[in-house]
Design a protein. Structure first.
Length: 416
């Protein structure tokens, strides 16, 4: 064990400049979600292990290899949440919200997965997401996708993102497809990875989501789900596509898209980008009509998505997230002026403007520091100014400097 004080592999500190971007993404998402009628929910960061292990499916990568499981001092088996949907579904059941359907939830917060850390892939990462419970209609899928698209537009990255969409069909279609897949993969069993051999028994659809190179080759020629879709499933998908076309959201159907988690049916989708290298999926979701029943609740249709905030923040144009703001530097020229400078800074801030007090070094040094910090104005105070109840205003942009009364300062217009 290392005795150095350092952060755990796969975790990172979000510094002020990171948080400017994170907040911009989260605030934009929160506001959009409210417009669409999604109220914010916050579920605990850890739950009983069963909440995730039962819902995500024992054959999923997340449950097999990625969860942070631990036993607490009371002997309870707990898991740090690897994603948001299972917790929302648990809350829906344990809070007895069945009478209030339909319900729409928005959330954001940290998630934990034991993965191989790399750029855009962390062990503590951040997601925001939306869940719509209680609607069977494909138009709910359309609205949910529209919210995602609207958000990507709002944060200035929609032009970098592509919507890929597919259908997994209903239970009947999936069962039919499952049989076709088992036939195909059984004939090529010797070429399957060890993980996929296990999946062949338990959940052959999952093989299509494999990242193993050998599996990927087999997947390229695997039978397509499309051929096993019954009429109901075809109609459902057609309505989803018609809806997103009507809204003018560009998309492409990707028959290989299956999504990593067990509980999806009908619509599955991802927004991907080519701007982030290998970690190109920024937002992903789909319909999960069977989930709540699997967890012991009443049969309740649902559709939702989650976006990786770390990846969204990497794409956001900085000038959109960080609006230029006036910065007023307060400079005490001597001890008397410095004492008063605290009060002047307070007055400026109470007008809702950004003020920074420069409290160390000589007058010249302070001015240099203020300039370097990007200040637009400096308010200079010495003993004279204090006695005369005035302040010297320097405009850093024009170089202009003048003395005004403290009374005038109250309404002085600071502009960039
Ligand atoms: P991937 O195929 O990249 O592993 P996933 O299917 O496991 O993704 P989801 O469970 O669908 O991902 O999570 C939704 C989104 O959360 C992803 O599209 C991605 O943007 C983000 N995400 C998932 N895992 C991580 C991670 N370890 N670090 C950073 N972001 C992540
Ligand atoms: Mg993953």
């Amino acid at each position: 064990m290392s005795n150095k004080i350092q952060s755990v592999r796969g975790t990172r500190d979000l510094l002020p400049e990171d948080n400017l971007l994170f907040r911009f993404v989260e605030e934009s998402a929160y506001k959009k979600a409210l417009l669409y009628g999604y109220g914010e929910i916050e579920t605990p960061i850890f739950e009983f292990s069963d909440v995730f292990h039962r819902t995500l499916g024992e054959t999923s990568d997340v449950v097999n290899k990625e969860t942070y499981d631990f036993t607490d001092r009371g002997g309870e088996k707990l898991t740090l949440r690897p994603e948001g949907t299972a917790g929302v579904a648990r809350s829906f059941i344990s809070e007895g919200m069945m009478q209030n359907l339909p319900l729409k939830f928005y959330y954001s917060g940290p998630m934990f997965r034991y993965e191989r850390p790399q750029k855009g892939r962390y062990r503590q990462f951040y997601q925001l997401g939306a869940e719509c419970l209680g609607y069977e209609s494909p138009l709910a899928d359309v609205e949910c996708i529209a919210l995602a698209w609207d958000l990507l537009k709002q944060i200035g990255i929609s032009a970098d993102c592509t919507l890929e969409i597919n259908t997994l069909g209903d239970a009947e279609s999936r069962a039919a497809y499952r049989d076709t897949l088992v036939q195909y993969f059984t004939a090529h069993k010797d070429q399957l990875s060890e993980d996929s051999k296990m999946r062949l028994e338990k959940n052959p659809l999952r093989i299509l989501d494999s990242k193993d190179e050998g599996d990927k080759k087999l997947n390229a020629n695997a039978p397509k789900l499309e051929q096993s879709l019954n009429q109901t499933s075809q109609d459902f998908f057609a309505k989803v596509l018609a809806g997103i076309e009507k809204l003018g959201i560009p998309y492409k159907v990707n028959n290989h898209l299956v999504r990593g988690l067990d509980y999806y049916c009908h619509t599955v989708f991802e927004f991907t980008t080519s701007k982030l290298g290998a970690q190109g999926t920024v937002l992903a979701g789909g319909r999960y009509d069977g989930l709540i029943e699997t967890m012991g609740g009443p049969k309740t249709p649902g559709v939702g998505w989650a976006a990786g905030i770390d990846r969204l923040a990497d794409l956001v144009p900085k000038e959109l997230a960080v609006k230029p703001e006036v910065l007023v530097a307060i400079i005490g020229a001597d001890d008397q002026g410095e004492d008063e400078s605290v009060k002047v800074a307070h007055e400026i801030r109470s007008r809702g403007l950004k003020a920074e007090n420069f409290l160390s070094g000589k007058m010249g040094k302070k001015m240099q520091k203020a300039n370097k910090a990007g200040a637009h104005y400096a308010l200079i105070l010495g003993g004279n100014e204090v006695t005369n109840k005035t302040v010297t205003v320097k405009n850093f942009t024009t170089g202009e400097q003048k003395e005004i009364s403290r009374e005038e300062l109250k309404t002085f217009s600071f502009s960039i």
